[in-house]
Design a protein around this ligand. Structure first.
Ligand code: AMP
Length: 141
């Protein structure tokens, strides 16, 4: 398997070298908005440990990603008045992975509204700021 690349964009976000719309942080994870959301509120949960994807992450680190994803999913449903939530995790190019630091996608869904295709468009920063504020509030309530 290909080795972990320390220069991937999520590694840079973890080191503070690149900004993100942070919504939640634990000792072992960071959660932030996807800047090309497939639906409003699309959030990514990543481990702080350097893992390329599901094929090399340590089980305990993945368990923490799952635990936090469970919490974010409930908050996202509330914050975005969603009817449901889609969770996705892509590992390796054959599965659609394009950023090589493990991440869980959490996408709030509305009945009858399809997700946009991946990387359709960059969201307006003001919209992302508003969505982060809403999600942070829902996580606190
Ligand atoms: P994938 O590797 O296909 O599971 O998806 C990578 C995801 O990362 C895509 O949904 C991108 O929109 C998202 N993405 C790429 N760069 C950034 C970034 N700097 N901040 C937040 N999300 C990003």
């Amino acid at each position: 398997m290909t080795a972990y690349d320390n220069d991937n964009i999520f590694a840079k976000i973890l080191r503070g070298e690149f900004p993100c719309y942070k919504v939640f942080e634990t000792d072992k994870t960071l959660s932030f908005l996807d800047i090309m959301p497939r639906a409003p509120g699309h959030t990514l949960v990543i481990p702080k440990a350097p893992a390329r994807n599901i094929l090399d992450i340590k089980p305990d680190d993945f368990a923490e990603v799952a635990r936090v994803s469970h919490r974010i999913a409930a908050a996202a449903k509330k914050a975005f008045n969603a009817d449901g939530v889609t969770l996705q995790q892509f590992s390796e190019p054959a599965a659609g992975q394009v950023v090589y630091h493990l991440h869980m996608h959490i996408v709030p869904r509305k009945v009858g509204v399809d997700m946009l295709p991946p990387a359709s468009r960059k969201e307006d920063p003001k919209v992302l700021e508003d969505h982060a504020t809403r999600l942070i509030a829902a996580l606190k309530s």
